[in-house]
Design a protein around this ligand. Structure first.
Ligand code: MN
Length: 203
């Protein structure tokens, strides 16, 4: 057993009920992860996110980008966005996660958190444009951040650390019964890039 490279059991469900979350740990070598991190920071068309909250338009510090198989239109937080077409690196990453998860994806929402000051409040990824109970694959590059789940009824919470080059899969009824968040922290002052591969359904 290699004491320096903790192996995660990706078959283990991290949720006790009402959904399925599998953590694969670091699926890229340090070198590969560093290369993707630099490429994504520099090559992605990052924009500050916009949302309508209580009827007011707000602009986040966090940056986002959206890519896909087609120029899909996607609505969340009452703002409609249009996907860009895959970059070669995003297509490589999509193929890697499809192989590891035995799932398929047609789009990816990317988030850039510049430091621990930026996070994401409790929510679920259950937008109407997403495939119902479809798998969501999350890859993290850069600063490791804590990620948490909270059951909507029981309020039970589960948290884990998402490391540089790691893969997390959420599937089944996870988005129906659980919220998730990225808590802000003063302990991190470097960026994290998060990619969430999804399936958009054409209406
Ligand atoms: Mn989410």
């Amino acid at each position: 057993m290699n004491m320096f490279n903790v192996e995660f059991n990706s078959k283990k469900n991290l949720l006790p009920k009402d959904g399925m979350v599998n953590y694969f740990g670091r699926v890229f070598s340090e070198e590969e992860a560093n290369r993707y991190y630099e490429n994504l920071l520099n090559k992605i068309d990052w924009k500050n996110d916009e949302a309508i909250i209580y009827g007011k338009k707000i602009i986040t510090k966090r940056k986002v980008a959206w890519y896909g198989d087609k120029e899909f239109e996607y609505t969340y937080s009452k703002i409609t966005k249009k996907a860009s077409l895959w970059t070669p690196e995003l297509l490589e990453l999509k193929r890697t996660v499809e192989e590891k998860s035995s799932e398929t994806f047609n789009s990816c929402l990317l988030n850039l958190y510049h430091s621990g000051e930026e996070g994401m409040a409790w929510h679920s990824d259950a937008e109407k444009d997403l495939k119902k109970n479809g798998a969501i694959a999350s890859i993290s590059f850069g600063a490791a951040r804590k990620f948490a789940f909270k059951h909507k009824q029981t309020k039970e919470t589960i948290s884990l650390n998402l490391e540089h080059g790691s893969l997390l899969i959420m599937k089944g009824t996870t988005q129906t019964h659980w919220l998730h968040r990225l808590p802000p922290t003063t302990k991190v002052n470097t960026p994290r890039v998060n990619l969430t591969f999804r399936t958009i359904v054409k209406k």
